[in-house]
Design a protein around this ligand. Structure first.
Ligand code: PSV
Ligand code: MN
Ligand code: MN
Length: 432
């Protein structure tokens, strides 16, 4: 009796059908890159090392307040979410971490979860607190805020929740060392909040959480200009996140979510500023047309995504920059696409933007900047941006054992249908 095929066998078999075309395209691109002075092996290693975490809440359709259209076969438990991220990572070898949201993802059997993670070659790298909803059995309400609340008992409850979330994280493995705090606190009407007092209460709450974290943990503070509150958000911008993180300590950092800016904000400049101050802690990638749309990363503004990566690449090469390692994650959840396909597309777009940023001739760029040659500077960037790097990204994934066309193989194997068969057509992801 022949042995059943492993997933890795299936990837190899599928890659065999594509490798002829791939080798032709990669042969040309590799040669072209070498001719322009790039070390192709180094580029492949840099791409292979790049990992983007998947949030547990992106594996189901998010819906809107007007309705939800589930994909079918969505994960109903933390275990099934790990299985789904396992598939993504097996296909692209670039999504080796998961971010959990507590209480949606409270583990029941830690040892079993750790084993499942290992079997899927995954880690849990961060945990997110939730004080934007009231949970059943919770004594006090967050209707009027959590860490900023006027009532000290509500603040205390929210502080304790955050500390507990970090405790869950510590039990999930040594790799989990990040607590991300996104606050929905804010006001809807002029006069509702005493802005300065609300800020001060938030700072003190965050300081209490920060001081309770293990010494090797980082606290990321995320900002957002509007929603769910529409007159003021407690942490609306990077300036507020920066001041709050400075007020807590060196391991408190700013988290930039691409969808949390007003239209046309120069996000790449914000990224450069935070890198300059050594306070860029993490990213939530998504695509945005209007605001917090959570669309596929790179689907709307691929040039901006590239410019953001240019700042990251330049900072990594600059000895003056003293920024800790940045945590990369996707934060997306919408109604139409199969969530796994969307995540595969997002990671592909992120790797593409990163690859293009690695191709920028920084010396030529800096020379043009010093000479105030705006045209030349822009042309240097465009030269990298216009390069078709898909074969480079595919080769980096292939060399790690991933699929040359991750979405193609996902469809070829009918994985969504398999999920529907085992989990049910109406299975809806937990926690959204
Ligand atoms: C709400 O805007 C949000 O999308 C934030 O970006 C958080 O990171 C995420 O939810 C999870 O709490
Ligand atoms: Mn986010
Ligand atoms: Mn958001």
């Amino acid at each position: 009796i022949p042995e059943p095929m492993t997933f890795s066998d299936q990837i190899n078999e599928y890659n065999q059908t594509l490798v002829g075309d791939h080798n032709f395209r990669w042969g040309y691109l590799g040669e072209q890159l070498s001719r322009s002075g790039h070390d192709v092996e180094t580029l492949l290693q840099q791409l292979a090392a790049f990992q983007v975490a998947i949030p547990s809440w992106a594996l189901g359709t998010g819906g809107t307040r007007f309705g939800r259209f589930p994909a079918g076969g969505e994960p109903r438990s933390l275990e099934e979410k790990i299985e789904d991220v396992g598939i993504i990572h097996a296909l692209n070898r670039s999504s080796g971490a998961i971010s959990l949201h507590i209480p949606w993802d409270i583990p029941h059997d830690y040892a079993a979860i750790r084993q499942l993670l290992q079997a899927n070659d995954l880690i849990i790298d961060s945990v997110n607190s939730n004080t934007f909803q009231d949970q059943s059995g919770q004594p006090l309400s967050y209707k009027f805020g959590s860490l900023c609340h006027t009532d000290a008992d509500v603040r205390q409850q929210a502080v304790e929740h955050n500390i507990q979330v970090a405790e869950y994280g510590q039990k999930l493995g040594d790799e989990c060392k990040t607590l991300t705090v996104w606050l929905s606190d804010g006001s809807d009407f002029p006069g509702q909040h005493h802005f300065r007092r609300a800020y001060q209460r938030t700072l003190e709450s965050l300081q209490t959480i920060y001081n309770a974290l293990p010494p090797d943990w980082t606290m990321l503070i995320e900002y957002k200009p509007y929603e769910p509150h529409f007159y003021s958000m407690l942490i609306p911008d990077w300036g507020t996140s920066l001041r709050l993180s400075e007020g807590c300590g060196a391991r408190a950092q700013v988290l930039v979510d691409l969808g949390h800016h007003l239209p046309n904000t120069n996000i790449e400049q914000i990224v450069a500023r935070l890198l300059h101050f050594g306070r860029l802690g993490g990213f939530h990638f998504n695509g945005s047309m209007y605001g917090d749309d959570d669309l596929t990363t790179g689907s709307i503004k691929p040039f901006q995504l590239f410019l953001i990566f240019c700042e990251l690449v330049q900072a990594a090469q600059d000895a003056v920059v003293r920024n800790p390692p940045v945590a990369y994650m996707i934060d997306a959840s919408h109604n139409l696409k199969d969530p796994i396909e969307d995540l595969l597309q997002s990671v592909q777009n992120i790797l593409t933007a990163y690859a293009k940023a690695l191709l920028v001739d920084t010396d030529a760029l800096f020379d043009a900047q010093e000479a105030n040659d705006a045209v030349r500077a822009e042309e240097v960037l465009r030269d990298a941006f216009m390069t078709d790097v898909r074969a480079l990204v595919a080769e980096a994934i292939r060399r790690q054992g991933g699929a040359l066309d991750p979405i193609g193989l996902y469809r070829h194997l009918s994985i969504r249908q398999q999920r529907i068969d085992t989990r049910g057509k109406l299975a809806v992801a937990t926690g959204l």
